[in-house]
Design a protein around this ligand. Structure first.
Ligand SMILES: [Zn+2]
Length: 505
């Protein structure tokens, strides 16, 4: 048991959430649920990045006041908790949360006292989409590779952070695994970025360019704290840095694991800039940065205007929460982008949940109803048919190892493999033949007779169904609850059969 603090990144709120946002939320929620399930003390935090310049631009385009617009969109993100069955303990909305600004100011002052903040004039190419300056080498054909737009040339006097000072320490921390970056190819990417040389970066904007939005630099009201500095700080302001010393100490300083779940596009901010700010302020670093890839939709990059096909709420309304969560966890790999289509979601749901897990449970429940009037047989001899019992132990071990390695695809795969074993067990043992033999008073298959043979088989199947329900809990909390109910929890009498998963296709 340990103390486990987990965060998602906080998205900009300049447009509606899409399935790519759902991916990160569901991954993080699954980790949080898993760790609660093994007895860890867990705090899972999400939120929204309200103070970005591009939120201001989107509000303007929508003809709304910035605060009003940001409030509206930010709620849409947090409201995903219902349709996606999320279990976050806390959320930070950076423009509205009273805990946030005092923490950002405290972090700023800590870096200032360390001598890591200084003013200088600067000219650079700024991408509003990324909210960052790019060097010309990072801009093939003069365009931001992420946003395919030409950055704006900006000249002003800003505050800078002495990132260069932390180059060697960051390299050691990441290469030694003290700051773990997963998967490994993302760790190597961070190391090569650090090795290429870290330059000081600008951590403020002029008030004019951030038109009146954001947190003023302490002691310098002409400048606004750079939105990334502001946003990253949410990971410590949520637990109480700057407002609640005990909460901060409990959940940040003394957590056994501090895990950030993020998308690949913001890796440098989390594995380089953020640790450097923490080193400067003398605060503990995250222990782990878990990086996911992106989703495309029907082969295209998902844009804010993509519409209902990638609106996670619309997807859950059409296909159910379990189907979307399952697709995100089961089909999305750790390297390379994954293409989301409704057809893929339906096929994955039907193959794994309806045809494999659902089929096993439905058959089990209906055989217990038919042959034993719904009463789950007590299995006297546990060693009688150990094959399925072994498969249950193996599946639980595989799920645990995969979740600890942050490989949720392998974890869900291990659950399906157990259900496959269960279906094979039914085919091998032919409970219907055992029931026939029992009625006729004949020796059953494998030379055994009497109720023990059929009781053993049915008891093993019920135990396997219950284990599937237990293993699915962090991944599909809703389906897990339905399976548990269908399989009678601790009781011996099963309720009337009703399929837990209906085919979608
Ligand atoms: Zn960009």
């Amino acid at each position: 048991m340990g103390r486990y603090y987990l965060t998602t990144a906080i998205p900009y709120v300049n447009g509606a959430p899409h399935v790519g946002h759902a991916l990160e939320l569901v991954q993080a929620d699954t980790l949080a649920r898993y760790h609660r399930g093994i007895g860890d003390e867990v705090r899972a935090q999400t939120g929204t990045d309200d103070n970005a310049l591009k939120n201001v631009l989107s509000a303007r385009a929508a003809g709304l006041d910035t605060a009003e617009y940001v409030d509206l969109v930010s709620r849409r993100f947090l409201d995903l908790a219902g349709p996606l069955s999320l279990s976050f303990d806390d959320s930070v909305r950076t423009a509205f949360d009273p805990r946030h600004r005092p923490g950002v100011e405290k972090l700023w002052n800590a870096c200032l006292e360390r001598g890591d903040l200084y003013r200088r004039s600067y000219t650079g190419l700024y991408c509003t989409g990324c909210e960052q300056f790019h060097s010309p080498e990072e801009l093939p054909d003069g365009l931001c590779p992420e946003h395919r737009s030409a950055p704006e040339e900006v000249a002003e006097e800003n505050w800078f952070f002495r990132l260069s000072r932390y180059q060697d320490r960051l390299y050691d921390l990441v290469s030694s695994g003290e700051l773990r970056v997963e998967p490994g190819f993302r760790r190597r990417e961070v190391l090569s970025f650090i090795r290429s040389g870290l330059e000081d970066f600008s951590v403020s904007r002029s008030v004019e360019r951030a038109p009146g939005w954001g947190i003023p630099v302490p002691g310098d009201p002409g400048q606004v704290v750079y939105v990334w500095y502001d946003a990253l700080a949410n990971y410590v302001t949520g637990p109480g840095y700057g407002t609640d010393p005990e909460g901060y100490d409990h959940w940040w300083t003394r957590a056994d694991q501090r895990v950030h779940v993020i998308g690949k596009g913001i890796l440098r901010f989390h594995a380089v800039y953020w640790p450097a700010l923490l080193l400067s302020a003398g605060l503990p670093l995250p222990t782990t940065v878990l990086v996911h890839e992106y989703l495309t939709a029907d082969g295209e990059k998902i844009s804010k205007s993509a519409g209902a096909s990638v609106d996670p709420v619309a997807v859950t309304e059409a296909f159910g929460t379990d189907a979307l969560r399952w697709w995100l966890l089961r089909d999305v790999g750790r390297s390379g982008d994954t293409d989301y289509t409704e057809a893929r979601l339906v096929v994955r749901h039907d193959e794994d949940l309806a045809n494999t897990i659902g089929n096993l449970v439905n058959r089990t429940v209906s055989m217990v109803a038919r042959y034993r009037s719904g009463v789950v047989p007590r299995v006297a001899d546990e060693s009688g048919e150990p094959s399925l019992a072994r498969a249950r132990v193996r599946a639980a071990e595989q799920v645990d190892a995969a979740v600890r390695a942050f490989d949720l695809r392998a974890a869900t795969g291990a659950v399906v493999a157990l259900a496959d074993e269960g279906n094979r067990y039914v085919a091998d043992h032919e409970p219907w033949a055992l029931a026939r033999a029992e009625r006729a008073g004949e020796p059953g298959k494998r030379g055994r007779t009497g109720p023990e043979a059929l009781d053993t088989v049915l008891g093993e199947l019920v135990a396997t169904g219950r284990e599937l329900a237990r293993l699915l809990r962090p991944f599909l909390p809703d389906a897990s609850a339905r399976l548990t109910e269908q399989l009678g929890g601790d009781g011996g009498q099963l309720p009337p059969a009703a399929p837990v998963f209906r085919r979608l296709g």
